[in-house]
Every structure is written in structure tokens, then in C-alpha cells.
Design a protein around this ligand. Structure first.
Ligand code: PRP
Length: 214
């Protein structure tokens, strides 16, 4: 039997995903948080996970190197990936927001916005009919308004601590974000039965947790 390969974005979502897979009887005996290994296997169920940079998950799927991916909705929107979005996994909850120094005027002409998410940023302001100047950064975005690189930022806010520690505030909410299970379109055809079974078990486990929270 061929492996079903999951591509997981390294970072916050990995442990949640592995716990979820454990709950449905999929085990990766060699996995531990501090390992530097990038591939782990469940030999019994023929499931493999590969740990990749979050922004690369969609590339692995689109190129057929992975069948299933777990990715934040933020990264998914930004990638514009041509994949099936199948399950809202409910974890990795955070939000997209416009943030900046208190009192920042978001209506000023030629607002300069720094973000790791230029697509989300452009879409959000285009919907409001506002022309902006977008600066694409790769990290530490909170610095931009502090040193005059931008008027504000578009970023994900989870606990709000990074903003607070840097004297920034949320100026406008954009949308909520959670982790999504995505599927390679070709795999969905060729490995349909196994992928559908997995999705059903995952959905059942996710909705059981939702019931407990409610
Ligand atoms: C994200 C985001 C914020 C921070 C928000 O960065 O870009 O900086 O987390 O989380 P908080 O509200 O809980 O403080 P990440 O940790 O992914 O690091 P990066 O900036 O290096 O990408």
C-alpha cells in the first residue's frame, strides 16, 4: 500500500495535528518535539508526515509531493493554492487585523501598510476601495510602524502580546483564522477511498471536541 503523505507547517500547528491523528489511531513512534527529523511514519496505517515551512505546504500539495496538508487559513489565502479545502480543524485560532500605533489615521491618502501577507492586505483594502502602498516583509512586522517604515501593519494576532509589548494596538479587525485541512486535487481522485475515510474520522474527532467546548 502506498503512503498517504501529510505536509504540516512547522510551528504552532504540528502538535495539534499530531494529537488529532493520535486520537484516530495514527501513531508516529519516532516523533518528539525536539527532533530535527523532517519525516515521520506510521508503518501500520501507511501514513507519513513531512514537516515543511508553513508557507511551503501548498507547494508540496500542488506539486504532488504530499496528499494532504494542514495550514492556517492565513497562509492558505496568501498562497492562492489550487487545492481542496476540506475541514476547518478548529485549532490554531487567531485573527487577521490591521494594527499600528494608537491614533493612527487609516484613512490617510497613500496609507503605507507592511505585512507578511501582501495578498490579504491588498484584498482587504481593495474591498474598502482604498489604494495603499504595500510593503512585503518576512517577519518582525511590528517594527515597521515603530521606525517609520509603514503607517500600520496587517498581521495575525493570537494572544495580542507581540502588539502590546511593542506599544501597538488593533486598529481594525479583518477576519478570524483557524487551521484547515487541504487536499491535493489529484490525490483526491487516485486515493479517494483512503482520503475520504481519514477525513471522516478527522471530522468526527473535531466535532466531538467542538461539542465538548459548547
Ligand atoms: C506571528 C505574528 C505576530 C505574532 C502574534 O508571528 O506575525 O508577530 O505571531 O502572536 P501574539 O498575538 O500571540 O503575540 P510568528 O510568531 O509567526 O513569527 P514571525 O514574525 O517571525 O513570522
Amino acid at each position: 500500500m502506498k503512503y498517504i503523505t501529510f505536509a504540516l507547517g512547522k510551528g504552532r500547528l504540528v502538535n495539534n495535528t499530531i494529537n488529532l491523528l493520535n486520537e484516530i489511531g495514527i501513531e508516529f513512534p519516532e516523533y518528539h518535539e525536539n527532533s530535527r527529523k523532517l519525516i515521520f511514519e506510521d508503518e501500520v496505517n501507511k501514513i507519513r508526515i513531512v514537516l515543511v515551512k508553513a508557507s511551503d505546504v501548498a507547494v508540496y500539495l500542488e506539486r504532488g509531493a504530499a496528499d494532504i496538508g494542514v495550514i492556517g487559513k492565513d497562509t492558505l489565502i496568501e498562497s492562492g493554492a489550487n487545492v481542496y479545502e476540506m475541514v476547518d480543524l478548529g485549532f490554531g485560532r487567531c485573527r487577521f487585523a490591521v494594527a499600528g500605533l494608537p491614533g493612527t489615521d487609516l484613512n490617510k491618502k497613500r496609507l503605507v501598510v507592511a505585512s507578511k501577507y501582501p495578498t490579504v492586505t491588498k484584498q482587504f483594502f481593495a474591498k474598502k476601495g482604498q489604494l495603499i502602498d504595500t510593503i512585503h516583509l518576512n517577519g518582525s512586522v511590528e517594527l515597521a510602524p515603530l521606525v517609520g517604515l509603514s503607517d500600520c501593519i496587517v498581521d495575525i494576532v493570537e494572544t495580542g502580546r507581540t502588539l502590546k509589548d511593542n506599544g501597538l494596538v488593533v486598529l481594525e479587525d479583518i477576519c478570524e483564522i483557524t487551521a484547515r485541512l487541504i487536499v491535493n486535487k489529484a490525490s483526491f481522485k487516485t486515493k479517494n477511498q483512503r482520503i475520504n475515510d481519514l477525513i471522516q474520522q478527522i471530522e468526527a474527532s473535531v466535532s466531538k471536541k467542538g461539542d465538548l467546548v459548547r
